[in-house]
Design a protein around this ligand. Structure first.
Ligand SMILES: [Fe+2]
Ligand SMILES: [Fe+2]
Length: 172
């Protein structure tokens, strides 16, 4: 006989038994969502502000990353909804990326490179925590965040390479 419980999965992260885990996960995903949104803001500014010949590579690279980070934000938002959460409104946003504010001089590319590395490192650390949290409880989120983590590791590695070049010249 059909009952209300028949509409709720009995296994997995959507099951009633997993309600507490699910709510904790929505909080982790909401933090991830805000991190991506702030990164989009920071990368837009830092893909426009820098001056100089050598800034062009950084500008192009960040320009491309903006779309990827935006895509990450959308994936986190979609997953929040699938887990019965609500994607927050802008009034709940709190900025954290002090290290990606515009430098005093717009030719200060090292400042931008270091800021990007710090943002990517923060994402890598948080996403590893989400992957650990979902291990064995939510394979769908686990899988999604693993793919996003790979993007962030790639971003970080690329900017680490830029920094090495400046370090080699004694400019960082
Ligand atoms: Fe991202
Ligand atoms: Fe990234």
């Amino acid at each position: 006989m059909a009952t209300d419980t028949a509409t709720t999965p009995t296994a997995g992260i959507l099951s009633d038994d997993m309600k507490d885990d699910r709510e904790q996960l929505v909080e982790l995903l909401t933090r991830a969502y805000w991190m991506e949104i702030e990164t989009v803001m920071s990368y837009i500014a830092n893909s426009v502000n820098p001056d100089g010949v050598r800034a062009q590579e950084i500008i192009e690279s960040l320009d491309k990353d903006i779309q990827e980070e935006l895509g990450h934000a959308q994936q986190f938002a979609a997953r929040i909804k699938e887990l019965y959460g609500v994607v927050p409104g802008s009034m709940e946003f709190t900025a954290e990326q002090s290290y990606l504010q515009p430098p005093e001089h717009q030719t200060d590319i090292v400042h931008v490179i270091k800021g990007v590395i710090e943002a990517e490192t923060g994402a890598i650390e948080h996403y590893n925590a989400v992957i650990e949290f979902t291990e064995g409880t939510d394979p769908v989120t686990n899988d999604m965040v693993i793919a996003i983590l790979r993007d962030e590791e790639g971003h970080r590695r690329l900017f680490e390479g830029y920094l090495r070049e400046y370090e080699a010249e004694g400019k960082a």
